[in-house]
Write a protein that binds this ligand. Sequence first.
Ligand code: ZN
Length: 232
Amino acid sequence: MRTAIEDLDWIYTRWTDLRATMHRGTPKPWREPTLTLEQRGRLDELARIEKIERGAFTLGESPAPIHLDALDRAIDLTTTMGKLARRVATDLGHHAILIRAATHRYDDPLLLIRYVSANFGNVTPEIGEDIQEEASRLRAGLSHHFAELGAGQRLKADCPWCDQPTLYVRIIGAEDNGQPIVRCESGTCEPDTAGCGTWHRNLPAWPFHEWDWLAKQIEAADERKSESSKAG
Ligand SMILES: [Zn+2]
């Protein structure tokens, strides 16, 4: 069985990824869905609630549209970690630290995750159980979110290395701990080590943290292609 510490560590490392999926302006190798009017209405509503409640994420000022699912997860994560951290602080008499953390970093739960994790061994069994439960729930939700981003989808782009339209999003690993990768499945694709550091079932693969970089390679290859077609 996974421990709460392991789940908290996992959540900690994926927070940056979650934030990256929130903003539409972030370069990504797949096409973004367009917000419908209804979603825009909901976004405005969320922005108002956010502003009133906490001022977190400064949504009202953000020029970029936001992915609602990622936003929901981010709010759930920060709210839950804030609640847990406050319970831990009350239990251990750490008010000053918490207030400082909450004031300066409330739209970024990393400090709170570290705080809860570091003090997990010192709290009452009841609080410990709640931390365990919430950490497990948050992790499952985030895994699901990343998996849903595009599992099984083919990117609308040619592979920069073999020039084939065979880049697929796949989830690898255990079901409750799946990691999204982009994999080239042309069968003839052989990037050098600078182009690809991960191989999965003998196919070149790019883990989630390399997707921004991969998107840039795809863009650069597209540009080279359109320039050579102009020249030719
Ligand atoms: Zn390829």
